[in-house]
Design a protein around this ligand. Sequence first.
Ligand code: ADE
Length: 749
Amino acid sequence: MTANPGIPFEIPGYRITRQLGQGGMATVYLAVQTALEREVAIKVLGADRAPSEDLIKRFENEARLIARLDHPHIVSIYEVGRASSGHLYYTLPYLPNGDLTARKDGGDQRRIIGILRCLAQALGYAHEHGIVHRDVKPENVLFDKLDRPLLTDFGIALARHSDVRVTREGATLGSTGYMSPEQARGQALDGRSDLYSLGVMAYELLTGDLPFHGPDALSVALAHVEQPAPRLPPTRRAWQPLMDRLLAKDPDQRYANAAELLDGLDQVENELEQRRNGDPAPAWRERMREWPASLWVGLASIAGTLLLLAMLLWPKGQEPPESRFVTVPATAGASGLADAPDTAVNPLPTGAAPTDAAAARTKAALDAAPRQLQAGNLTTPAGDNAAESYLLVLSLDKANAAARDGLDRVFAALGQRADQALSTHDAGALRDQLEQARMLAERADLRDSPTWTGYLAGREAAFGERLQALQRTGSAEQLAALGPFVELLAQDQPALRTHWQEAQRQLAARARPAGELEPALIYVPAELDGHRLDHAFELGRTEITRAEYARFVRATGRGAARCREPLRPLSRLKSLQWRDPDFPQGDDEPVVCVSWEDANAYARWLSSQTGARYRLPSEAEWVHAAQSVARGGACEQGNVADASMGTRWTLASRYKCSDGRAHTAPVAHYKASSIGLYDLVGNASEWTTGCAAKDCSERVFRGTSWRDGPDETTVGRRGDSATDTGYTTIGFRLVRELEPAAATAAATP
Ligand code: ADE
């Protein structure tokens, strides 16, 4: 027995050296156990004042609990006793390396993982033994000589079979900074409450700060109940999914047990490892880690519900595949604690192996999703919708093909709803549907995926159809009324706004009274299928027909240019001209055998007659307009050389298609381009203003003619010829210039 200055009691067998710490109910001293000459810590109850009955009970409770626990990361107990002064005490190993409060600098993430792992193991062990710590905080994590963390201070811990009175009085004990929401509410606790507190500690270790603050303990406790935890800083984003689970308000959304938390820590470690190796996590997974806790709430509630269902439906007499509830001993252990069951406390077991759990959740979610799809639960209601089910599966198994297909179906269904909203002119519904799809794409990081581009293409097609329908039969007012819808769609597809504006201009241009002489014109936007020109213009919908040219000749008395058939030298011997190109032509077929000069004369005459500015297109304009022609399928898009030509042209027999036309065909007879231009493919090649020789004595024609096979490319075909000669394969169409302001305004959306 040794007297200790300043310490008002003595404990036989120990020489008390100094005070190590002071808690609510006890003081801890450093002492030397004289018999063994070893340093120990002595925890003395009510060292400074007489303890209440309740405190004595709680102290005894703690000693007994610790005595039941034998774990490398839980501080053990040596002996329990009563000092001569009557003070209760117990002794425990002295841990010289301080507590976790001294290590809040957030430093090494691996070290943090290591510490959390040890504590998760300790808690898992305690929970398995029916004990909830209820005061997990940095002060209660001590480091031994080897710097290993150990959990201590089970002062307010509760065992399943502990004294009920302590249960009630201790219900809201615990440090509010680390207190779980259910603890703050004074509700029944289970092991998940400890996991929450561990989460707060993890947050603090990572950021150097607590997630919730307040002027007093009550406000902090309330914040735990009500406020969402702040997001981790970007440097700690690998931890966000783990943190979301740990700090979920609803215990059902948290890790079900410490074993699951350990899996979560493994994932964080892998993630950090991959980042270190410059191997970023798959983007979609990265994104999922950014999900707000509310989404996890939804996901976990699905999982919880499904699990519950599985348990209810599982055949009697068999164990369910996974159960958070395990059998606990019916009686207390050797400590002899009271046997009264405490139903308020539901310590968590470690549960089934995590892989089994993941497989069960995957299966349950994949089973539920088709029903949710069927019921139209695409993204709502929270906790019971197909999107969440599939995302849950992908969070467990990123390559799961069924879930990926499933998400595609969700997008398809969302797309249909958006199109429906467009056709019923319901802007609010369209906004909602687009927003849902956008959020889903964002969460699953599908923004760069075929799923998302497919979704957008679907909306573009629906919008395009609507535009076309209005252009065909609608009024300018109806087209203008699409404005709010365009704005919604343009958030993802800005080009749709341009299409709409162009459609409006086009309709306005059409509405202009066209004189009898004026050809039908198509507005060609400056931006067309990704191809850009510095101005918009109007281009003849078809090539100039023989009827149109004949009117010009009648009016002007213009003579016919000489004409040749390319590659047929003998055609020189015939006097070919536009009226008789050596094959029969109807009035509605393109005029051919007109020279470049003829074409320009026609444009000048038309301009003079109409007051508008007509001219041949430049090469750039022609090529730009031809962007609207679909690739491939030349036989459908124009009158090209094919088997119909028979022996007239030997190569033609190579071509499979046959439209019954050996030479030119009526204009606008084949498929229009996407903006409504005809015959850019086949029929006649077309003169442009393009200069071929230095002195421009030869000019460029573009596009294929009736004599070019279907494998000739439309845009690529280019030739040049003398300006004073016509050819049986070349005709023309005209540009009508827009007002300069309109052309450039159209070029700058
Ligand atoms: N503070 C509280 N308990 C302690 C222990 N066992 N060792 C060192 N410091 C402590």
